[in-house]
Design a protein around this ligand. Structure first.
Ligand code: F6R
Length: 579
């Protein structure tokens, strides 16, 4: 999704902005742009990716500026719709992350007053509204128009002849980085990491007046203090470190990120919240939703507690009766649908807990308590290490509630994850890479694991994949099984083993090639399937982790075999900040 960055200080702003935009690339974008301020505003914007020599190519100079990566919502990706957007006079420029919901009405009114629009974006109305108010005091002009905007925004605004940036936030993330006689602003902390570790998270409703030496934050017209916090990530965490892709690096980081999340533990407030809950509802999207489902399968019988899992995107419109603890699970902490669900839970006075990877993210500011995963920055668009770190965090909730049920397992699970990172899966990759459709099936907790395996496969390799509860295949999807449609079946010892083995035979009878994930030494299973991928024969939780990681690798290598852009799959954004 869109990312914004701003800089004012002693450095060449163009270099800082381009570097910052490159750090935000992982969020997903189709075009980008920047503007610097001097006696005039200079703008450079382009559809496509930022190239290595881009800073020089812009021809821009100055010590202050703003930049943007756009993920099109209003108007197709092209040079004109790319940000920054300017007013009629070209004296004001701004970048925006979010959606202005009442932009059509505002645009009609502004056009009626003679303003000429160049782009199809919702954002451009903001520039024209500021133009009407601006008489040399940028802070006053921006503050005056904000109440007219409905929707979400993080904006950075500059004006010719004014050595300042005015920033404002409402329901879209915005963080300031505080340096020595320089200030940075960005959608998240990744562009700041190489310059400063001191950050200030703006709250909804804040407006900041930023000069190189000083930033002043206002809320409701009054000056307010926001605490300076120290970032725990460092710039090395955001580098590829010799791996071909971020995704592969992040898959390989899982033993460590899982271990670190366990080691960090949970604090007493969270523990108490969990102990007091008589029902738990988890809200999440995408991969985080799958993690929440795995938790439900594992925790509900152990903790003897009703656990419900809801998709953030559905929750807002079909809210079930709510009571008990509500947990929002989100790697980024910025997913709009999850945030909307969390806000609804708050409005109904439910105690709320955020499980997230990003310190200071929006969910942490809304929820009563936060349980921070220790996965470090996840740059690849596909969630990998955040999935296993979420499981680590959620399993500690099981532990807190059920007499440390997973204590022994959690302390050595990372070793088993390391083991599967180097398992041989070439044959399975070759089969998936030549398929048009792949089914992933499992039972019990392996059903959401299958859904996650299918999501990974389709999002980065573009091979159509479906995750199914194995028992459901015969209720319809069997019609699609052919010798060209591989089925990835998860079949490990336990109550579902024999019924899974029968399901596999039914698939084979329909001539579908079967790739089975089972435990080391399961010769019987290996004999009935086409390809057998062994995983360590240990505790159910460790099987879930090792199978999930193996499926990530299957998707990754399939995508590489098909020469896909693994870290930036088409049409996708890392942080989905629109509903
Ligand atoms: C898939 C993926 C997405 C995210 C989803 C929620 O690989 O990354 O499905 O899981 O967009 O994102 P978060 O967890 O940031 O709320």
């Amino acid at each position: 999704m869109c990312g914004i960055v701003g800089y004012i200080g002693r450095r060449d702003a163009t270099g800082v902005l381009i570097q910052g935009l490159k750090r935000l690339e992982y969020r997903g974008y189709d075009s980008f742009g920047l503007a610097t301020v001097g006696s005039a505003i200079e703008v450079y914007k382009k559809v496509g990716r930022i190239s290595d020599g881009e800073a020089g190519a812009t021809g821009l100079a100055g010590y202050a500026g703003i930049g943007h990566t756009r993920w099109a919502t209003h108007g197709e990706p092209n040079d004109i719709n790319a940000h920054p957007h300017t007013d009629c006079t070209g004296r004001i420029a701004l970048v925006h992350n979010g959606v202005i919901e009442n932009y059509s009405e505002l645009k009609r009114q502004l056009e009626g007053r003679g303003h000429v629009f160049r782009s199809e974006t919702d954002t451009e109305v903001i520039a024209h509204l500021i133009e009407e108010q601006y008489d040399g005091d940028l802070l006053a002009a921006v503050s005056a128009i904000l109440p007219r905007l409905e929707g979400s925004y993080a904006v950075l605004v500059i004006a010719a002849d004014t050595q300042k940036i005015v920033a404002a936030r409402n329901a879209s993330p915005l963080v300031l980085g505080v340096g020595d006689a320089e200030v940075f602003a960005a959608s998240d902390m990744t562009p700041l990491l190489e310059y400063t570790e001191r950050v200030v998270y703006l709250e909804d409703g804040d407006v900041a007046d930023i000069t190189p030496d000083r930033y002043t934050i206002y809320y409701d017209g009054r000056e307010v203090e926001r605490p300076i916090e120290l970032i725990s990530w460092c710039v090395e965490d955001t580098r590829k470190g010799g791996f071909a892709h971020y995704m592969l690096k992040e898959i390989f980081e899982q033993p460590q990120s899982f271990y670190e999340t366990i080691r960090a533990g949970i604090d007493d407030h969270v523990r108490q919240m969990v102990m007091e809950a008589d029902e738990i509802t988890l809200v999440a999207c995408g991969t985080s939703y799958h993690t929440a489902l795995v938790f439900k399968y594992l925790a509900e019988p152990l903790c003897n507690l009703p656990i419900r899992v809801e998709m953030g995107s559905e929750f807002k419109y079909f809210t079930p009766p709510l009571h008990g603890l509500v947990i929002a699970v989100s790697q980024s902490g910025e997913t709009a649908d999850t945030i909307a669900a969390l806000k609804m839970a708050k409005a109904r006075n439910c105690p709320t807990l955020a499980i997230t990877n990003v310190q200071g993210s929006t969910v942490t500011r809304i929820a009563d308590e936060t349980l921070l995963m220790r996965a470090g920055p996840e740059i690849g668009v596909a969630a990998t290490k955040s999935y296993t770190a979420q499981l680590a965090a959620l399993m500690q909730i099981v532990n807190a509630r059920c007499d440390d049920a997973f204590d022994d397992v959690l302390s050595h699970a990372h070793l088993a994850i390391s083991e599967v990172l180097i398992r041989e899966i070439r044959e399975a990759v070759a089969l998936c890479a030549k398929a048009e459709h792949v089914f992933f099936v499992g039972r019990g907790p392996f059903y959401p694991v299958s859904m996650e395996g299918a999501l990974k496969m389709k999002e980065i390799s573009y091979v159509h994949a479906e995750g199914y509860a194995a028992g459901e295949l015969k209720h319809g999807p069997f019609a699609l099984l052919t010798p060209e449609t591989p089925v990835v079946a998860i079949c490990t010892p336990g109550p579902t083993y024999s019924v899974m083995a029968s399901n596999i035979k039914e698939m084979k009878a329909r001539r579908a090639p079967v790739i089975a994930l089972g435990v080391d030494g399961d010769k019987e299973l290996a004999e009935i399937v086409d390809i057998f991928i062994p995983i360590p024969n240990t505790h159910l939780l460790v099987q879930i982790l090792t199978i999930s990681v193996t499926l990530q690798l299957l998707a990754y290598h399939t995508a590489c075999a098909l020469q896909r852009d693994v870290d930036k799959p088409r049409n996708l954004a890392k942080s989905v900040t629109v509903e």
